[in-house]
Design a protein around this ligand. Structure first.
Ligand code: SAM
Length: 215
């Protein structure tokens, strides 16, 4: 994502009630924030929030938390949030590396990773959001029957991810190298990046990963 230093973004975020500042104190208590027992879905690396805000509008009985590392990007999602009257969306400005400090075991029901940064150099592989190191973090916070859903246009990153799933001890529920010409396209909500890539005629890869439960 091209990052511009958006003037005043830190101040805007500091003043916005939908960006949670005391996230570590909410660990194990996120349902109290939403004031209901609805499932909680996370999008990690949410960008400008198009996907998350669409899901929140379509599914008022699901709670959503969007995680984004950069203030200058997160402020764009906050603009969309201002136009929405529902109370099922909050945001965190943080590096996803820290999620086990923010969410308790099994507190999250589903995780979305959309067009995650590829980190093409081998020495940066651990930073990829679909590395086995990140799957271990998801393992710590995701319900036993929860899934990770990952979309990308980047074939190298997708092939890497297909390898990491079993290495992390997870399984593939399904995957496709061309989502928009597959049976899985029904109900697909497009992200900002996805809209751009689809318009350019690029195929979109998608996988769904899960863990086998012993119960
Ligand atoms: N998901 C959006 C979409 O599909 O349109 C944005 C995709 S953009 C390529 C990736 C986003 O993930 C960027 O906004 C970036 O700042 C964010 N990101 C990358 N690594 C992250 C991390 N470790 N923690 C939180 N956000 C991250």
């Amino acid at each position: 994502m091209r990052l511009r230093n958006v003037k005043g973004s830190r101040e805007t975020i500091a003043a916005n009630p939908y960006v949670i500042k005391d996230a570590e104190e909410k660990k194990g208590k996120w349902r109290e924030l939403f004031d209901n027992d609805h499932p909680i879905h996370l999008e990690i690396g949410m960008g400008k929030g198009k996907f998350l805000m669409q899901l929140a509008q379509d599914n008022p009985d699901i709670n959503y938390i969007g995680i984004e590392k950069y203030s200058s990007v997160l402020v764009r999602a906050l603009e969309k949030r201002e136009e929405y009257e529902g109370d099922n969306v909050y945001f965190l400005r943080m590096d996803a590396e820290d999620i086990p400090n923010i969410f308790a075991e099994e507190e999250i029901d589903q995780i979305y990773l959309n067009f995650s940064d590829p980190w093409p150099k081998d020495r940066h592989a651990k930073r990829r959001l679909t590395s086995k190191e990140f799957f271990e973090r998801y393992n710590q916070i995701l319900k036993k029957d929860g899934v990770v859903i990952f979309k990308t246009d980047n074939r190298d990153l997708f092939d890497f991810s297909l390898e990491q799933v079993p290495l992390a001890g997870w399984k593939l529920k399904n995957h496709t190298f061309d989502l928009h010409n597959s049976e899985y396209v029904e109900g697909n909500v497009m992200t900002e990046y996805e809209t751009r890539f689809v318009n350019e005629g690029k195929p979109i890869c998608r996988l769904v990963a899960y863990r086998e439960t012993s119960e």
